[in-house]
Design a protein around this ligand. Structure first.
Ligand SMILES: [Zn+2]
Length: 656
């Protein structure tokens, strides 16, 4: 406990006397421009030039004390100026003192900000002299409140996490900055209601002088807090003039097609990204972006409410020299290669909430995905085969639903492309691994050795891994025993999702940046010496199936990443089952009584594909280690390396 001595108090009074007596500029932008110095460890160090991010000016000026706006909601891409604006507001209200609360949905970011960016901000704006040394608070120590506070003459800056109710104190605040609101759970676990409402309550005493700013990259359409808040405001978009014709327009990607928007072309094998003007259709280059942004303006979509402004920004207007149009394109391309990638892209680059279109893939679209090859043959592009067996106990008396095994063999290619190779149904008893349907399946496999041929050159593919569903408790033992009859064959069990255990490594190879680190696609569980059971996160794989089934067939031979191909001779029943389940708004799947075996098989085959690829990667690395490769080179071996090697091995032989 530090008690200020008389000397300290006199020192503080003396400090106060030295403070500037003239008030700070009326506008926050005026205060920041040419005054704030960005530290060396930021992308644009040096004196701040606000014209490079002109759009930030109007937003931060809504926070100025002379502006009547009370609610400012900013829904934006991740690479745009959210943090910068929040910092400037904080700086201004230390100078023109007020009680400030900065609350974040992501604790990690907040901690980093407090530790790494706040101090340089205070120094660069010459605010160090206003800060008052901290006094340990007896009460906070008792209650375990970890809220951080900085005191300055005339106010305080409080930092709190939206995740913990303990940090939601009751002191009145004038300036509330809510950072990454969509990253926080909407409701406090303690049942105290919506956290942004809670914060709002703390500002009430300040009446018309309060400011509540929320900033976030949006998430799902149905649950996004920032999107809800955005809709309450005037919904501004930033329009910039074309350097050629001068017409104002909103920069959009238009999926790199259509008569305007972002475009990409190849020059000498290099991808060049430019922008086609909506009006004169001339090419605009990114070097012109800075002057366009400087001359841009916010345009509201609805009549502005007096107290409420809202702004949307995508990553196309990120400061020149930062996140580029080429980065944007690369990210769009990756999104198409990645299951669920468009969700991430929509949130982080377009700065928009993601709307999950359609709860079931359209049967007609999927039927059109039937290709030119026949069942049982392997088309070019396939790198390896996986199989999944679904066990149905059925009912002896129901001819529609007899006891049976259903099996899909799936061809896996690069970039998540798939080809169904065969779909088999074996009817008969399923409670003895040596008779009935099991024996039929075994005899079928003995005959074809689970090997399938590429018609074009006779190249033979043997199924690399087989998973058999052992979910139903009554048959699991039968499944475990059958798996002993075949090599590379494992029992599996579906779970809605698999949470990472404390002692487990995060699923690093999970494809998108948003995948929580607490999530696993599958887990290997050793049941005994001989049996390894694979637990499968079924929702993850069904999401992947459904996302990919939406990809339409392109004219010509080259298909988009993720595209699912089917033999020409598959009947409609297969496709009915594949699209049987409805994806519910809580993310779960429901077959609503419809037959869904081919969807279960497909999800299982995709999981098998990941398991096998992961194990190959380990094999490659083990080989490299045995051959005394250095650690750096070993780490350079990735899934990509395995895919490239498979591509080489399975390359079509040139006709003699
Ligand atoms: Zn133009």
């Amino acid at each position: 406990m530090i008690n200020p001595s008389t000397d300290d108090i006199e020192f503080l009074i003396a400090l106060n006397a030295e403070l500037p007596s003239s008030p700070p500029p009326r506008l926050i932008s005026e205060y920041i421009h040419g005054r704030r110095v960005m530290p060396e460890n930021t992308p644009f160090p040096g004196l701040v030039d606000l014209t490079r991010t002109q759009y930030a000016v109007e937003i931060m000026d809504c926070f100025s004390p002379w502006n009547p706006t009370q609610y400012i909601d900013v829904m934006s891409a991740s690479q745009v100026v959210k943090t910068f604006i929040e910092e400037n507001v904080v700086g201004y209200y230390i100078q023109n003192p007020a009680p400030i609360l900065v609350m974040s949905g992501t604790d990690d970011l907040l901690k980093k900000w407090w530790d790494k960016r706040l101090e340089p901000l205070i120094d660069s704006l010459g605010l160090r002299g206003r800060m008052i040394a901290p006094v340990e608070n007896e009460k906070s120590r008792r209650t375990g409140d970890t809220t951080k506070r900085k005191l300055f003459s005339g106010g305080f800056l409080e930092q709190a996490s939206a995740q913990s109710a303990a940090s939601q104190r009751s002191d009145s605040i004038r300036i509330a900055l809510l950072d990454e609101v969509d990253a926080a759970p909407q409701r406090l676990t303690t049942g105290e209601g919506l956290w942004d409402d809670n914060v709002e309550n703390r500002t009430k005493q300040w009446g018309t002088r309060r400011k509540i700013g929320a900033f976030s990259t949006p998430v799902e359409f149905q649950t996004s807090t920032i999107y809800k808040r955005f809709l309450l405001g005037d919904q501004c978009e930033y329009f910039v003039p074309c350097p050629m014709c001068g017409k104002f327009q909103l920069l959009v990607d238009n999926d790199f097609a259509g008569n305007h928007g972002l475009r990409v072309e190849k020059y000498d094998d290099k991808e060049m990204v430019y922008y086609l003007c909506e009006y004169c259709h001339d090419a605009i280059f990114e070097t012109q972006k800075t002057s366009m942004i400087k001359a841009g303006r916010w345009e509201p979509k609805t009549t502005p409410e007096r107290l409420r402004r809202s702004f949307h920004m995508n990553a196309l207007i990120a400061m020149y020299g930062g996140f580029s149009w080429l980065d944007y394109y690369t990210s769009w391309k990756t999104a198409h290669r990645t299951p669920d990638g468009m969700r991430v892209f929509t949130n982080h680059q377009r700065g928009l909430p993601f709307i999950d279109a359609g709860t079931r893939p359209k049967l007609e679209t999927v039927l059109e995905n039937r290709g030119k090859y026949r069942a049982g043959t392997v088309p070019p592009g396939v790198l390896y085969l996986t199989a999944f067996v679904d066990v149905q106990r059925g009912s002896k008396s129901d001819p529609e639903n007899p006891p049976r095994l259903e099996m899909e063999i799936l061809g896996i290619g690069a970039a998540y492309r798939t080809w169904s190779i065969a779909y088999q149904r074996f009817e008969g008893e399923v409670d003895d691994p040596y008779s009935g349907a099991w024996e039929d399946m075994h005899q079928w496999a003995v005959k074809n050795e689970l090997t399938f041929e590429r018609r074009e050159d006779g190249y033979k593919f043997t199924v690399a891994i087989i998973l058999i569903d052992s979910g139903d408790g009554e048959t699991s033992d039968v499944v475990y025993r059958f798996c002993q009859r075949w090599s590379n064959t494992f029992p599996s069990k579906g779970f809605r999702s698999i949470k990472r255990r404390k002692n487990e490594a995060a699923d690093k190879s999970a494809p998108d940046e948003l995948t929580e680190s607490s999530f696993k696609r599958y887990r290997a569980v050793k049941l005994n010496e001989d049996v390894t059971l694979y637990e499968i996160s079924t929702v993850y794989y069904k999401n992947q199936v459904y996302a990919n089934l939406k990809i339409p067939r392109q004219p010509g031979a080259e298909q988009r990443p993720g595209f699912c191909d089917f033999p020409i001779d598959y009947g409609e029943h297969y496709f009915d089952m594949l699209t049987a389940e409805e994806k519910m708004s809580d993310g779960s799947y429901d077959a609503k009584g419809r037959r869904n075996e081919s969807l279960d098989c497909r999800a299982g085959c995709l999981c098998g594909a990941d398991i096998w690829l992961d194990s190959e990667l380990l094999n490659y690395r083990a080989w490299a280690k045995a051959n005394k490769w250095n650690q750096q080179d070993i780490q350079r071996i990735t899934h990509r390396t395995v895919i490239d090697e498979l591509t080489r091995q399975t390359a079509m032989k040139k006709p003699a």
